[in-house]
Design a binder for this molecule. Structure first.
Ligand code: ATP
Ligand code: MG
Length: 663
């Protein structure tokens, strides 16, 4: 037994706050352990208490690594731990695999040949780069045999990286329809990879791939971290992919590093991104001597919702069958299935019901509307707006993807990494009369000047951008004044005698971009406010690298947090609702062909329908008290067939488990 240290501010009463099965997992002395249990059984809670338990027994926070599905989840869990045991929680490394990879690579990426201060490409940059390369390699598209879109190539590459297979193998196995373009596709992918390298940037997948490479090639770094972390804890383990799993193993190669993973095989919904639920099944083989814990009580949902959840997942054959007992007493109401005449009526029903709930004292944040695909929420969005019901939406164009925010951030990215071609080109395109061709020329001369500077003053970041670049980079005469002003701004961001905070940098950049914004964006005042909000929301971030990493690494599900509004109804895709819970949940567009998706219905691979079924299970298990399942009988959004039968997920539910409602 670990010694109990008196220095901890407050030791929680573990036995009172956990059930027996949870307590067994929290207090285990096994080096490796897996907690496998159904939705809402307290897996995340168990992991949180496990961290508290470790701290309460003398493990220093800095020796704990907590890997979660979103950075927000990690923050919330650590906040919980802080409340349980006090400030020791502050030193814990917690976040997504990507953010932890970033943290480690910031220190060691030069070992892999990167320059210090690499930048992170966001999805937009990736798309822009690959589209450019497709254009370069293909020229004009042939009408008879159109070349795949850049986005498809990115999906292929991403799947290859995350499943640790070469692109050619992934192409053959998962994208056979593209085989006729194999040579060109592979050339484009090779070109994409080297362009990222030259620009000293990594995309999201590179963060994981490079962390893996770093730990593989540099045993001293692997030892450093596997010795540092005494305990690695992983939430949502069912959705780790091959690469993430390998990284976990690398971190656990230390003699005593312990691992606790929690997950639910019935909630694995990311196989399209290479997640492999098999990791859960193979856990005891991969980590010999591992203990497996099960939790069989559900704390989240009223029994009637639990019945629906159990019926929903019963369609799939499962390897780990979990019988969940409800901890909560029965509620008064059965879940409601609502066939609406059409999509507008469905949206009106949702908005109207939400209005009633709010009027009866419920908070907006206790309500969620969930759907299979982003566009399913358009009508609900409009209806809520019409009825003045505040909502936040975890889809669509996000804050950091908006043009004006990216314009400002491009300056900071270029400052941190002057080889960042995407950032440079964005800024060049803001100059008058600079197009593709002159932009390319400018970029060439810019990098030549940088390399010269690097040879003459190694390890010295550029401070005087004007002095270095004005004589080196030729710009069209019409752009000269803006160019000089840009360079002066860049120099002002790095004064010789002190360092500016990112917020101060943003104010200076704004002085330079304001004129451009006024001319190019019609609602420029709002856009300026956005940027001021950005600088305020990040005001506690002191280092430029941290700031840029935060901007790039907020995963989709994290982002609404930054825009924060506490009392809003949540509109979210089911994928992004993983791990969360609400008192009231609406699942909309439950029509056959929409959810399950028509592709799945006609697929010859039964695994696709199984994953779709798990997605439905994830959706219904988000609900605590009330659940509404609705669909439009007439769907104006579907050009092929307006008539929409109910989803097989609904028709296969035993009718005694729900009541029929009317829209
Ligand atoms: P998911 O599979 O959706 O991620 P989960 O298994 O991680 O769910 P949690 O989110 O940890 O479940 O817990 C679900 C709810 O049940 C939370 O509100 C949690 O606080 C509550 N809960 C879990 N265990 C207990 C317990 N022993 N006593 C009281 N409440 C509990
Ligand atoms: Mg959870």
């Amino acid at each position: 037994m670990l010694p109990q240290l008196p220095s901890i501010a407050h030791v929680p009463d573990f036995a009172a706050e956990l059930n027996e099965q949870q307590l067994a997992a929290v207090t285990t002395e096994a080096r490796f352990s897996l907690v496998i249990a159904g939705a809402g059984s307290g897996k995340t809670r168990t992991l949180t208490y496990r961290v508290a338990w470790l701290l309460a027994h003398g493990v220093p926070g800095w020796r704990v690594l907590l890997l979660t599905f979103t950075n927000k989840a990690a923050r919330e869990m650590l906040e919980r731990v802080r409340k349980l045991v006090g400030p020791e929680a502050g030193d814990i490394w917690g976040g997504t695999f990507h953010s932890i990879a970033n943290r480690i690579l910031r220190r060691h990426a030069p070992l892999l040949g990167y320059r210090p201060g690499f930048s992170i490409m966001d999805t937009d940059d990736q798309k822009a780069l690959i589209r450019n390369l497709v254009k370069k390699h293909i020229g004009k598209q042939s009408k008879t045999s159109p070349f795949p879109k850049g986005d498809t190539l990115l999906s292929l590459l991403s799947l290859a990286v995350n499943t640790m297979r070469p692109p050619e193998q992934t192409l053959r196995e998962d994208f056979p329809q593209l085989l006729k373009h194999e040579d060109t596709i592979l050339k484009i992918i090779a070109d994409y990879t080297s362009r990222k390298r030259e620009a000293n940037t990594m995309d999201f997948d590179d963060l994981l791939a490079n962390l893996h490479l770093l730990l593989e090639k540099h045993s001293e770094v692997r030892e450093l971290y596997s010795r540092r972390f005494l305990h690695v804890l992983v939430d949502e383990y069912q959705d780790t992919n091959a690469l993430q799993d390998r990284i976990i193993k690398q971190l656990c190669t230390g003699e005593s590093t312990g691992l606790m993973a929690v997950g639910d095989d019935a909630q694995s919904i990311y196989s399209w991104r290479g997640a492999q639920v098999d990791h859960i099944f193979e856990f005891t083989k991969n980590f010999p001597g591992a203990d497996v814990f099960k939790i069989e009580t559900n704390y989240r949902s009223v029994p009637a919702i639990l019945d629906i959840s159990n019926a929903a997942i019963a369609r799939n054959e499962r390897r780990y069958v979990k019988t969940l007992r409800p901890a909560r007493p029965p509620g008064n109401e059965l879940p409601t299935v609502v066939p609406a005449p059409d999509n507008h009526t469905e949206a009106q029903f949702v908005a109207h019901t939400i209005r009633q709930l709010l009027d009866s004292g419920m908070k907006g944040r206790e309500i969620a509307v969930l759907y299979r695909a982003h566009f399913h929420c358009l009508d609900v969005q409009m209806e809520l707006t019409r009825q003045h019901i505040p909502f936040r939406i975890t889809s669509g164009l996000r804050f950091f993807e908006q043009a004006h925010v990216k314009d400002v951030i491009a300056y900071l990215r270029l400052l941190a990494n002057p080889y960042d071609e995407m950032a440079f080109r964005r800024i060049a395109a803001m100059l008058p009369r600079v197009g593709e061709a002159s932009g390319s020329k400018m970029w060439q001369t810019w990098t030549q000047a940088l390399k010269k500077h690097e040879t003459e003053c190694p390890d010295e970041p550029v401070r005087d951008f004007g002095g270095l670049m004005l004589p080196a980079v030729k710009v069209p005469p019409a752009a000269q004044a803006s160019w000089s002003s840009f360079l002066a701004t860049m120099s002002s961001l790095r004064p010789a005698d002190h360092e500016l905070t990112p917020a101060e940098m943003i104010s200076r950049v704004l002085l330079d971009t304001e004129a451009y914004f006024t001319v190019h964006y019609e609602n420029y005042e709002e856009r300026l406010e956005d940027i001021e909000q950005l600088s305020r929301s990040m005001s506690d971030t002191e280092s430029l690298d941290d700031f840029l990493a935060q901007v790039a690494l907020l995963s989709e599900a994290d982002r609404d947090h930054v825009e924060g509004n506490d009392d809003c109804v949540t509109l979210s895709t089911i994928h992004q609702a993983k791990g969360l819970e609400w008192k009231v949940v609406f699942i909309i567009f439950l029509g056959e062909g929409m959810f399950p998706h028509s592709r799945t219905i006609y697929s010859s691979d039964p695994r696709e329908m199984e994953e779709e079924t798990r997605l439905f299970y994830v959706a219904v298990t988000r609900a605590q008290d009330l659940l509404f399942l609705s669909y439009p009988r007439y769907n104006g959004h579907n050009p092929d067939s307006h008539f929409c039968p109910p989803s097989q997920f609904l028709t296969s539910l035993p009718p005694e488990l729900y009541e029929l409602g009317e829209a």
